[in-house]
Write a protein that binds this ligand. Sequence first.
Ligand code: ARG
Length: 300
Amino acid sequence: MGSNSASVAAPISDLTPSAQFSRPTYLMCSPQWYDVDYVINPWMAGNVHRPSRDVAFNQWKALYQHLQAIADVRLLHPRQGSPDMVFVGHAALVNHGVAAISSFAHAQRQTEEMHLRRWLQEHGFLLWETPRETAFEGEGDALFDADGQRLWAAHGVRTCRYSHQHVADAWHTRVTSLHLIDPRFYHLDTCFAPLAGGYLLYYPEAFDAASLELIESAYPAETRIAVSEAEATQFACNVINIGRKILMNPAGEPLRCLLTGHGFEVIETPLGEFLKSGASAKSLALRLSDVSVTHGVGVV
Ligand code: ARG
């Protein structure tokens, strides 16, 4: 052991895992065992065993390369028998080096939890567990605002409302619960994306009236970018946003122009094989760095 390694105590801030990430950092998991093996959302119906693993791999790799150009990307080893493990964004919610681990609603995805738990533990994250009875699906259903001050959490399909406060307590943060009402938009990240600069990309029809009021009172009209049903069904809200850059499945010229008009640079990469399982860009990467590092306008 080096002469000064054990004797000098490091400040606690240097010991927290978030200190490792001064750049936007994500975790991805390759689609080596990806398939639609079962039906747990409306998109999977009719698509059982229909994705091509070769095409999926090429699409995943293109996303990985785009993401790598603007962020650090770590990899989680895929496991046979967990075909949805590629959607690593649902297995936890991470901020400030603390990871709230998902408690998946469906048995088919529960096998994923232990693999991510182990990876996060080995990489120094503090783990915050959610009781099995209160389902919670990570970044699928819980998203921080761009400044990291407020957590938005959804219920109605997968995540149980009772998990919201418990998850928010991991960061002593304020949480606002939203009710999802359209089974096609079964996770918050299919219809709601806080963006850098205080913008919100969302599909209003996915929420009940009370939830829409909450959203509209938090985001002034000029910051809300509403997508159409046709765009929403191309998973236009399931985006990765780093500073001014947005990575997404192609959602058409009008939305591209709208986003560009708000100062974003849109990078489109086809993810059709993953749409068959009900997911797109955002679901394929779990944010590990702090929200403020990821959304900070000056990052890219
Ligand atoms: N097949 C996965 C599931 O149903 C896909 C999840 C996609 N989620 C999303 N937010 N896009 O759990």
